[in-house]
Design a protein around this ligand. Structure first.
Ligand code: URA
Length: 287
């Protein structure tokens, strides 16, 4: 696939012989399977030379939830599947805590090939690979995108700190993003583990709130639009609420939708939207 003129997914390149750059709008893959094939054949960046298997991502085409990690590790590279090592085991536990299995969600990564020694993906590698994730997002059109860790957070909110962004739903490009720390961060630090588990447990309520807003059944003060405005205004003014101390789950953390900050208060004091005891996924008929 190095030669763009041979790439049937890149009509612009076919027409003009342009550089081998494919954005979601020019990547014409019409199915997730087709993307998986393209990823497996991809040689667009140097990581392809070192891989055993590319890891396109996996899950049902009608998944309501899309999880985006960082990139394949050793086990993933061996098996060609995302999150199958120790971190994947923890991800499966987290999914089970909200009544889900990995087969019910789509799991993808920012980059599809393992970097040497599991180093961080470079900006060039992420940029080269982004066309695949962009198209996966378009095709899946998930109700909620859960970003795992700072790299996938950065795809939507460049430069933001995961410790500040985690646990709050935000809108970007017409999609709802729920940032969570990377499960690998929990493997060695108990306080991260608690934070990730709590953020995960809120996912059913996030989905329920989004469904309510979609159906217009609830016209509460915490509309998604206001959430977005607040986040944008806070970002612009550099006054994002401080991150809760890891390991301590404050009441605010139960409010997954950020609310406009009262003019006189430095910290937003949201009205609780969640019951103290989360309904089960069955009650919410999530899947
Ligand atoms: N496995 C993956 O597939 N992605 C990660 O980010 C970590 C482990």
């Amino acid at each position: 696939m190095n030669n763009p003129t041979n790439d049937p997914t890149n009509s612009e390149a076919n027409d003009s012989g342009a550089a081998n750059v494919k954005t979601a709008s020019t990547l014409r893959a019409i199915s997730l399977d087709e993307i998986a094939h393209l990823v497996k054949d991809c040689t667009d960046c140097p990581l392809s030379a070192g891989r055993t298997n590319a890891v396109p991502g996996e899950g049902p085409a009608d998944a309501r939830l899309l999880f985006i990690g960082e990139g394949p590790g050793q086990q993933e590279d061996r098996q060609g599947r995302p999150f199958v090592g120790a971190t994947g085991k923890f991800l499966e536990e987290l999914l089970a805590s909200i009544g889900l299995t990995r087969e019910q969600v789509f799991i993808a990564n920012m980059i599809k090939c393992r970097p040497p020694q599991n180093r961080d993906p470079s900006p060039d590698e992420m940029s080269s690979c982004s066309k695949y994730l962009d198209r996966q997002i378009e095709l899946l059109n998930p109700e909620l995108i859960v970003t795992l860790g700072r790299f996938s957070l950065g795809r939507f909110f460049p430069g933001e700190s995961i410790t500040r962004a985690r646990g709050k739903v935000r809108e970007k490009e017409g999609r709802f993003i729920y940032p969570i720390m990377h499960p690998a961060a929990a493997l060695h630090r108990q306080e991260n583990r608690s934070a990730i588990m709590q953020d995960f447990k809120n996912i059913p309520q996030v989905l329920e709130k989004l469904a309510q807003d979609r159906s217009g059944a609830t016209q509460s003060e915490t509309s998604i639009a206001e959430t977005h405005e607040f986040d944008q205004a806070a970002e612009d003014s550099g006054q994002m609420p401080e991150t809760p101390t890891a390991g301590v789950i404050p009441a605010e953390q139960l409010d997954m939708f950020s609310m406009p900050a009262p003019a006189t208060e430095p910290e937003p004091r949201p009205t609780p939207v969640a019951e103290p005891v989360a309904p089960t996924t069955q009650q919410l008929s999530l899947f």
